[in-house]
Design a protein around this ligand. Sequence first.
Ligand code: CAA
Length: 260
Amino acid sequence: MYENILLEREDSLAILSVNRPKALNALNAATIREIGQAIDEIAADSAIRALIITGAGEKAFVAGADISEINHITSSMQGMQTSQSLHGVFDQIAAMNKVTIAAINGYALGGGLELALGCDIRVASTNAQLGLPEVNLGLIPGWGGALRLQRIVGTSMAKYLVMTGERISADEALRLGIVQKVYPAEELMAEARKLALTIGNNAPLATAAAKRLLNAGSEMPLRDAIQLEQALFGHLTATEDCKEGTTAFLERRKPEWQGK
Ligand code: CAA
């Protein structure tokens, strides 16, 4: 059904691998459309609790937007549409009540790093290389990369990375908070699965509320974000899962979540 991605399901986990080996998994328009369709499919599947996005093969997560497609853009309007295309995917990821983990298994450059930055959490292999090299192509990052990076590393470091286009190692990305964990390449997917299951096994309404709060909170003044926190906290205290979680703690047993 898909030509440029692989979509696998393992119980409550879905794994989407970008699969364009001839272009180091670079994202052309067709691939972006397929990622959007796959995420719609996963979002609608109530059995799935977590989505891992990775790159097929051993060399690349995603080496950016497809440069040959950009080379053929004929108007600034078409360029703007290219910029808009992956933002729809980020909106889908944000709206999904499931955690999305980028497993960065090699080059995550330009649009590749931007795709990873649009996920909730990032883990990387020790051999991964990350960067936003668009200035070397006469461009700026067009899929939110500069702005999401700015919110993680601060304005000066974001300017440094975007204006030099420098590639950084997984360890440097960990130090900067761009990725949350680094593992040897052969352990990356097993660790990403473990992380997905850990989050997937936590109280589903609580993890969804945490995602919503932190996504919305990063775009709000603190005072407003705290009001949202209070509303979500209040909502959760009235759920069966909160009763179950607190009772299970007091009874020294494991909770059983209903998602209610
Ligand atoms: N788009 C299209 N094709 C790409 C590509 C890309 N982003 N990245 C790699 N490829 C292709 C290469 O053209 C090459 O194809 P051929 O075998 O047909 O020549 C193949 O993948 C293998 O690549 P290399 O031979 O270059 O492999 P390498 O090991 O020597 O180098 C690399 C690897 C450092 C990742 C290098 O390929 C590279 O620099 N790629 C481009 C990275 C980049 O600039 N990304 C940003 C894209 S622009 C963007 O993302 C805009 C945006 O924000 C929306």
